[in-house]
Design a protein around this ligand. Structure first.
Ligand SMILES: Cc1cc2nc3c(=O)[nH]c(=O)nc-3n(C[C@H](O)[C@H](O)[C@H](O)COP(=O)(O)OP(=O)(O)OC[C@H]3O[C@@H](n4cnc5c(N)ncnc54)[C@H](O)[C@@H]3O)c2cc1C
Length: 65
């Protein structure tokens, strides 16, 4: 979950949010702004450390090999 201030900033750059305030991402953690990705608690429905770690690992591997 993001703070109201963070939500305001996301919307300023065009990053769409879900109704619950989390960042909207596709199945590959891409936000509605193609150059911006989100992982972990800010976008997940399952706010747990292993989930954030796994998302970060997969995204880094996919983007940087
Ligand atoms: C009390 C509590 C107990 C928990 N217990 C467990 C547990 O037993 N097992 C488990 O799996 N999970 C647990 N969790 C959940 C787990 O902590 C989170 O799922 C995990 O930390 C998510 O990692 P993250 O990187 O997405 O976010 P975070 O770990 O919150 O990291 C986000 C980072 O971004 C920084 N940040 C925020 N805003 C800005 C900004 N504007 N500019 C720069 N930096 C910024 C923050 O300071 C923070 O360091 C618990 C959470 C809480 C609150």
């Amino acid at each position: 979950m993001s703070t109201p201030q963070a939500c305001f900033l996301y919307e300023q750059v065009g990053v769409e949010l879900e109704k619950d305030g989390s960042i909207k991402v596709d199945g590959q953690n891409q936000t509605t702004v193609p150059s911006i990705y989100a992982i972990g608690d800010v976008c997940t429905k399952l706010p747990l450390t292993p989930v954030a770690r796994m998302e970060g690992t997969y995204l880094a591997r996919r983007l940087f090999g």
